[in-house]
Write a protein that binds this ligand. Structure first.
Ligand SMILES: [Zn+2]
Length: 271
């Protein structure tokens, strides 16, 4: 599943090709994604200039004077920039065509992604309005996490993965940052001290930033029909390493399930 670093890498990958370009056509081959692609998208978006390519959480926002396209990659979505002449393949559900003869093409085999349109402020859209702060912003601080956790009797890992608390700390990054900060993922959020939250917030930022930088090495994949744009090899300390030796102490990494998601941690290094 694309997590925040992959979505940010996708945003950076497509931006140079579509920013300040005019939309010449919208081709919808499959409108039934997680939500149906609005029937007005083609008429509203055609002839518009892309003013900004933004991201909020895992939503990519293509802003025009008439409104904003809101794209979510779901479980398996990916975006590519191709020449108009490249034939669409199976699972290529929508093309947004531009005056520079490029197309922005969404491929999504599982169809949990979405392409929506709003004429209003996209940050007030019902899917976006209630999202917590961006993890790389100053708003996401130890003080914020500490104060918002005081009455939350929930495991810290589940707390971190709640998008109303902070956006974009998905399962991989919650596991990795709790390992890095030495915090047991089962510890209750309201029982964690401010100094420990300081270490955790710093580690979340470092790990996400490092992943975004790693994603930068795949930017050229956005212009190739094959390949997997936005998906990249990550260096993982604990995620997916059940029973393998902990990189710090050598004891086997433990795997449990929390809120239907796999948790990996070291019982010796995380408490
Ligand atoms: Zn260990």
């Amino acid at each position: 599943m694309p997590e925040l670093p992959e979505v940010e890498t996708s945003r950076r990958g497509i931006e140079p090709y579509i920013l300040k370009q005019t939309v010449t056509d919208v081709i919808i081959r499959q409108k039934k994604l997680r939500w149906t692609i609005p029937s007005t998208l083609k008429s509203q978006l055609t002839s518009q200039l892309i003013r900004q390519v933004d991201r909020r959480g895992k939503y990519i926002l293509l802003r025009t004077d008439a409104g904003t396209v809101i794209i979510h990659l779901g479980m398996s979505g990916s975006l590519r920039i191709l020449d108009k002449s490249v034939a669409a393949e199976k699972h290529d559900h929508i093309d947004i065509c531009f005056s520079n003869n490029k197309v922005l093409r969404l491929r999504d085999p599982r169809r949990f992604g979405s392409v929506l349109w709003t004429k209003a402020d996209p940050l007030k859209h019902k899917l976006i309005a209630k999202l917590g702060p961006e993890p790389l912003s100053d708003e996401f601080s130890a003080d914020y996490l500490f104060s918002s956790s005081r009455n939350r009797k929930v495991a810290i890992k589940t707390f971190l993965m709640n998008s109303h608390v902070v956006v974009g700390v998905g399962n991989i990054y919650a596991n990795e940052s709790l390992f890095s900060a030495g915090i047991n993922p089962k510890r209750l959020a309201n029982k964690i001290s401010l100094p420990r939250y300081e270490k955790l917030v710093e580690d979340i930022k470092v790990i996400l930033q490092r992943s975004i930088e790693q994603g930068g090495t795949t930017l050229r994949d956005f212009t190739q029909q094959d390949g997997k744009p936005g998906y990249f090899q990550q260096t993982l300390a604990v995620y997916g390493r059940a029973s393998e030796p902990c990189i710090q102490c050598g004891k086997p990494v433990k795997q449990i399930t929390q809120a239907q998601r796999s948790t990996f941690y070291c019982t010796h290094c995380q408490n």
